[in-house]
Design a protein around this ligand. Structure first.
Ligand code: FE2
Length: 246
């Protein structure tokens, strides 16, 4: 099968008029990968600040709700730093394998808990209230309409215990919605998350009690599509290689 530079089926890409965009993105990505030393690796995770969401920026999501949520997120940052320090200092010939195993069980939970919250807070905000350009085209291709896409995101959010997220699937080249029961449970591999919705009760209990439906409406009303578009572009810039089956 004839594939484009990023591995998507070339005919489908041409149909959408996306080939040029994806080629440029892929080229930029390869250039960046040639200079991995330009960004030094972090010694530790550092909590990001999302204070720009406070003070009435969001509609129907209160500052009290957000502040409590920020505090919980910062706890994940503290915990993942502690855990990874313990893991790094572990002597692999130590007989204490029970703790070592437990740290690794918690590691993916704390790491995903930190990163998923960052993606969630970052896709809230007052700008870009509609999907644009490439994102809009791919949503229309994979879901028919934006309304249908958002409907799936909310339906998964209503039924899942942890997260509803949309991701680019590197096997199919399509956007797909996934439900996570926990931070580190049901996490799909070979995908790149582009839109993240927190449906843990702590995300809405202060404002909405047990009424998750109203919270889901508020989330969609406060959705900032700009970072979603940027994440999709980043995801498409990664060469898909042979993993794509479409
Ligand atoms: Fe949360």
């Amino acid at each position: 099968m004839n594939k484009g530079n990023n591995g998507l089926d070339r005919r489908n890409f041409l149909k959408l008029g996306l080939l040029t965009t994806a080629s440029v993105l892929s080229s930029n990505s390869l250039k960046a990968a040639e200079k991995p030393s330009e960004k030094l690796p972090l010694k530790q995770y550092v909590a990001k600040k999302f204070d720009h969401l406070l003070g009435g920026t969001l509609k129907d999501i209160s500052d009290n709700q957000l502040k409590a949520h920020f505090k919980l997120y910062e706890g994940y940052i503290t915990k993942i730093n502690e855990l990874e320090t313990r893991i790094k200092n572990f002597k692999i010939d130590s007989p204490d394998t029970i703790n070592y195993r437990g740290w690794h069980m918690d590691q993916t939970s704390m790491l995903n808990g930190a990163v998923l919250h960052e993606l969630y807070f970052a896709n809230l905000g007052a700008t870009d209230k509609e999907p644009q350009k490439l994102l809009k085209k791919m949503i229309d291709r994979d879901f028919g309409t934006v309304q249908n896409f958002v409907g799936h995101l909310k339906a998964v959010g209503k039924l899942s215990h942890g997260w509803s997220l949309a991701a680019l699937n590197y096997r199919t080249g399509k956007i797909c919605v996934y439900g996570l029961e926990r931070h580190n449970l049901n996490v799909p591999v070979m995908t790149h998350p582009i839109l993240v919705l927190d449906v843990y009760e702590h995300a809405y209990m202060i404002d909405y009690g047990t009424d998750r439906g109203k919270y889901l409406d508020a989330f969609v009303a406060n959705l900032n599509w700009k970072p979603v578009e940027e994440r999709l572009e980043s995801a498409l810039a990664i060469p898909f290689g042979e993993s794509v089956t479409a």
